[in-house]
Design a protein around this ligand. Structure first.
Ligand SMILES: Nc1nc2c(ncn2[C@@H]2O[C@H](COP(=O)(O)OP(=O)(O)OP(=O)(O)O)[C@@H](O)[C@H]2O)c(=O)[nH]1
Ligand SMILES: [Mg+2]
Length: 632
């Protein structure tokens, strides 16, 4: 067969659309972010991108619109992501398709390239991860592939900025040249068996292996991280380390930030009082500002540390190994092992975890994953859990701060494990009742370990992820602060409105080992969980606005005065893990399930379980106290 490469020059147009397609985890979103300056989620595991994202970039005289597609192994829709990617390529017919391949496993990736060629000829092939291939002694000849496939081919390392610039220039040079794919090649690409043979043939021609890939390092790590006994142990150890480092750092930053923000308050009050009436000043400063300052000082430091540490593990390729370790537990609950990944995403933010459930293919299992995502506490619930742990489960005078934080991290790990166990239990419960069915089989790809990009992880996690969550929390805190202030300052029948509502809720809350104020704080905390503790403090104090307790022991005394006991603290911990999801998560659940019925179940399931467990624990404490007093 005579090979003729023919690029037809078409009329230059000022704008064009390019879809980024490829197998999962080959660096499509990394390239998309590099080209458009956007911040799509990247990480070393398959299936992060679950919906289409669009971004723009100008090169020379042309404006390009890029679409980041979910990763797919084939265009024949087996999963929701594959259906979405296939539909985008076939139906929206972009001006060009930039197919990204992983240089380390090119043969498998070429199969999709050939399949895309049977749909469109406007294909540009980008072989990414050339740095990883070079490390493994894999040499790829782009010119051979160009000659064989009749399309432009470029090899890059997307993590390097200059390589992205090179890709832009390359795209601009090729986009307005139309490649003619020989009909023979197109025809062969349509049939799966000849296509696989052709992919293998192409691979043999274009790839030269310098040394055999022994993978000893990856093998040893996998032996540890996925071993029958060592896997779970390593997982717990890593979780403990993450919490320990987070708590150590957060303690220090939090207290400094707290001092700074609360020192600023009198000055702000003075400035505002020059311009506004006194009541309005109180509303703005003692209402909005105090709650916001609390949320920022308590929430920002742990998030700014937890997110980067978690992302480093994600970038390294650990997350799918953790999912692998938890797979058998999920399959025993008749749920999908991929749910472990969405559960891990839920630690950062339950709303993100719920959207991530799109990676679960079976609709039944996806619903289970969505409904149980809020059983693991998100970052917003950590402050409440931490305050209770510090006040009721640690010694007041810590001789060694390092050990004290380690003990606290251990307790926090136990609370998280409780959340994980409840996820297993509720998944099992759902699969035995409203969502009966057999667990589907699925393939979870364990990616190779990759060195994390420390700088970009820090930048991405701190600047984008942390600020995003914080902005959301602050947006909820400001109106909540306003509402709390108004309730605490509106008198009804000789009592403040806040006190009256707490009194109404009190009898029911007592059954759960809590009190009316705590229950009200959780209800008012629906917009953002992190404002629960500030509301409790405010309601407990006789002052008309949120107090700034100078240190935690002042708070401890305040809580003891209000009748808090060990039973209250345990119920508080249980209820912090098991209660309704926040407003953002509920809206996301509605968006994902398109059903108010499932959204209501997502609200009721953790709430009812929380009520039940709190009630049982309270009965137990009551029983113990009766026996003790009888014995005494
Ligand atoms: N070493 C190295 N790592 C890279 C390169 N390009 C991407 N990565 C890493 O590969 C991982 C996957 O990148 P993503 O951009 O999330 O991949 P994706 O194809 O969008 O993945 P899905 O959305 O899950 O299909 C990330 O950890 C990136 O940091 C590269 O050129 N070299
Ligand atoms: Mg992606």
């Amino acid at each position: 067969m005579e090979v003729v490469i023919l690029y037809l020059h078409s009329e230059p147009v000022s704008s064009c659309t390019i879809a980024l397609a490829g197998n999962p985890n080959v660096g499509k979103s990394t390239i998309f972010n590099g080209l458009t300056g956007m911040h799509q989620h990247t990480g070393n595991w398959s299936g992060k991108t679950v919906s289409l994202a669009t971004g723009h970039c100008a090169v020379g005289k042309h404006l390009y619109t890029f679409t980041d597609l979910p990763g797919c192994y084939s265009l024949h829709a087996c999963s929701e992501e594959e259906r979405l990617a296939g539909a985008c390529l076939r139906e929206t017919a972009p001006d060009g398709v930039l197919v990204i391949c992983d240089a380390v496993c090119l043969e498998r990736n070429l199969n999709l390239v050939l399949q895309i060629l049977s749909v469109t000829a406007n294909v540009i092939l980008c072989i990414n991860l050339m740095d990883q291939a070079a490390k493994k002694g894999i040499h790829i000849s782009c010119s051979t592939l160009e000659k064989e496939l009749h399309i432009p081919v470029i090899g890059i390392t997307a993590r390097r900025k200059r390589e992205i610039r090179r890709l832009k220039q390359f795209l601009d040079a090729c986009m307005f040249q139309k490649a003619i794919v020989p009909p023979m090649l197109k025809k062969l690409s349509e049939d799966p068996i000849p296509r696989a043979e052709m992919a293998s043939e192409l691979y043999q021609k274009a790839v030269r292996l310098e040394k055999p890939d022994t993978r000893s390092f990856d093998g040893t790590l996998d032996y540890l991280f996925t071993g029958k006994y060592t896997g779970i142990f390593c997982m717990l150890l890593l979780l403990l380390c993450i919490f320990w480092i987070t708590l150590l750092g957060a303690n220090y930053i939090s207290s400094r930030l707290h001092n700074l923000l609360f020192r600023l308050e009198p000055w702000l009050y003075e400035q505002f009082s020059l311009l506004l009436p006194e009541k309005l000043c109180q509303l703005l400063i003692q209402g909005c500002y105090r709650v916001t300052a609390w949320v920022v000082s308590v929430m920002l430091p742990p998030m700014a540390l937890f997110f980067p540490l978690f992302t480093l593990l994600e970038d390294f390729g650990y997350l799918p190994r953790a999912a692998f370790n938890m797979d058998c537990c999920f399959s025993r609950c008749k749920a999908c092992g991929k749910q472990a990944l969405t559960m891990l995403m839920g630690f950062g933010c339950n709303a993100v975890g719920v959207t991530g459930c799109r990676i679960v293919d079976s609709p039944r299992e996806r619903l289970i994953a969505i409904l149980t995502n809020s059983f693991v506490p998100c970052n917003g619930r950590f402050p409440t859990i931490l305050v209770v742990l510090v006040l009721f489960f640690t010694t007041k005078k810590a001789t060694c701060p390092l050990l004290h934080t380690l003990w606290l991290a251990l307790l926090l790990t136990c609370v998280i494990l409780f959340g994980v166990l409840m996820t297993f239990f509720s998944s099992w419960l759902l699969s035995k009742t409203v969502l009966k069915g057999v667990p589907s089989s699925f393939v979870l790809e364990l990616p190779p370990y990759r060195k994390p990009q420390i700088c970009s992880v820090l930048l991405h996690s701190v600047v984008h992820r942390t600020l995003l969550v914080l902005t959301r929390a602050v947006t909820a805190a400001i109106p909540a602060g306003l509402l709390i202030w108004l309730m605490a300052n509106t008198m009804a029948g000789g009592q403040t409105l806040l006190t009256r509502i707490s009194a109404c809720l009190d009898p029911f809350a007592r059954l759960l080992g809590l009190d009316g104020t705590i229950l009200l704080a959780f209800i008012l905390g629906i917009p953002a969980n992190e404002i629960v503790i500030p509301i409790i403090i405010m309601a407990y104090t006789s002052q008309s606005s949120l107090v700034d307790f100078k240190n935690l022991s002042t708070l401890h005394t305040l809580l003891l005065e209000q009748g808090w006991t060990l039973s209250t603290a345990v119920s508080m911990l249980i209820f912090s893990v098991l209660h309704w999801p926040c407003a953002t998560t509920l809206l996301t659940i509605k968006k994902e399930t398109h059903s108010w019925k499932w959204t209501a179940l997502a609200f009721l399931l953790p709430t009812c379980m929380g009520f039940l467990l709190c009630f049982l624990v309270t009965c137990m404490f009551y029983g113990f106290s009766c026996v003790y007093s009888f014995g005494g």
